[in-house]
Design a protein around this ligand. Structure first.
Ligand SMILES: *Cc1c(COP(=O)(O)O)cnc(C)c1O
Length: 379
């Protein structure tokens, strides 16, 4: 750690415990698809995939085929569901790499069926139904027809049926309407004698709020990394208490200065010292993913004290107020996300200062920031 300027520490034990608590929450009958898209929410895909394989994930969810490939490189045999739509030119690679595609349209059925037939492969597919997200998925009225087309193709096997909640954290009524549409389709298929091995709807917010929608598979992302989505609905409190953020983000003090009243700071002089102050330059900026929206608002922890960002965040450095921190000096650690003594800055805090959500805070941390793994690692 000593040599880094700006780095993230990822606690693989926290990740393992989080998965264990999720298992506890959903019970032994429900499988868990851990979502590891976007470099495992910025935690580092390969290391996270290996840790999740060791701790009993059932399936992985990815956004593209490169992510699927990275998972295969650390362990074979785990099913992988591509959550995004496959582009026409990706179909062949998906088939060859045994990545399960998400199917929303008749055109996709035709493309996968033709390619799988040509390659002599059998492809497991998940059909998606749009119950109100408005992104991927067939309309509920068209899903039955789509499913029949999948079943009719000798090269395709119906492995799953799923939908996605748009507002499970806030809107109980709309989520219930989504659940009912989905349940009606599942019931109709059952009446028609069509059985689907995996039925799933719940993202993290669904895992917290929608136990009726667990079916036999859930798809948590954020919760796996130990962050509980904020909500206006009352949630499964046990999870809120037990999950632990896996990621800590740090940088260092590089210079400490005294400045006089009236001294303007950083680009555009958006901050002018109201009195004499002590200011530290620290080694993180928007080039590391610390968003410029945090200018003059965000706080960091130094020696366990909260210090406010002064003036604009720049590409590689920013300034913070250390007037009340005794004995701060170049080389000292600064916590951007994480705990120091009794104080903590969470991804939610940063999201509030940045005007965004924890998902974006985590995935914004750039490649320049090395991820350092704690807890037994494998990959
Ligand atoms: C990203 C994603 C998830 C996970 O969402 P979280 O809110 O992070 O739990 C689940 N399902 C689908 C389809 C997704 O795209």
């Amino acid at each position: 750690m000593q040599s880094y300027r700006c780095w993230a520490e990822v606690d693989l034990n926290a990740l393992r415990e989080n998965l264990a608590w999720l298992r506890h929450r959903v019970g032994p009958e429900v499988k868990i698809l851990t979502v590891v898209k976007a470099d495992a929410y910025g935690h580092g895909l390969k290391q996270i995939a290996a840790a999740l394989m060791q701790s009993g994930t059932d399936i992985f969810g990815v956004a593209n085929l490169a992510e699927a490939h990275a998972i295969r490189s650390v362990g074979r045999g785990w099913p992988i569901l591509m959550l995004g739509a496959c582009l026409p030119h990706e179909v062949e690679t998906a088939v060859r790499d045994h990545v399960m595609p998400t199917i929303s349209s008749v055109a996709e059925v035709a493309a996968f069926s033709a390619t799988a037939t040509r390659l002599g492969k059998l492809v497991d597919v998940h059909v998606k139904v749009d119950t109100g997200m408005g992104r991927l998925g067939a309309a509920p009225g068209e899903a039955g027809e789509l499913i029949r087309k999948v079943i009719a193709s000798p090269a395709l096997r119906l492995a799953g049926l799923y939908t996605h909640f748009s507002s499970a954290e806030d809107d109980r009524a709309f989520t219930a309407a989504q659940r009912h549409k989905f349940a009606a389709l599942v019931a109709q298929l059952r009446r028609d004698g069509i059985s689907v091995p995996l039925i799933h709807a719940c993202n993290s917010a669904g895992v917290l709020h929608e136990p009726k929608s667990f079916s036999n598979l859930v798809r948590p992302g954020l919760l796996v990394y130990g962050i509980v989505p904020r909500s206006r609905r009352r949630a499964a409190v046990a999870l809120q208490r037990t999950l632990r953020p896996a990621l800590t983000w740090k940088c260092r003090v590089s210079l400490v200065k005294k400045i006089a009243k009236g001294t303007p700071l950083s680009y555009g002089h958006t901050f002018v010292a109201p009195g004499p102050m002590r200011v530290a330059t620290i080694t993180a900026g928007y080039g590391d993913g610390y968003l410029r929206a945090g200018s003059n608002r965000a706080e960091v922890l130094i020696h366990g004290r909260r210090c406010r960002v002064l003036g604009r965040v720049t590409m590689d450095q920013m300034l913070v107020d250390v007037s009340r921190v005794a004995a701060v000096k170049a080389g000292d650690e600064v916590v951007l996300i994480g705990r120091h003594r009794a104080r903590e800055i969470t991804a939610h805090d940063l999201a509030d200062w940045f005007g965004t959500i924890p998902w974006e805070v985590l995935t914004a941390i750039t490649y320049r920031v090395p991820r350092i793994y704690k807890g037994a690692s494998a990959a």
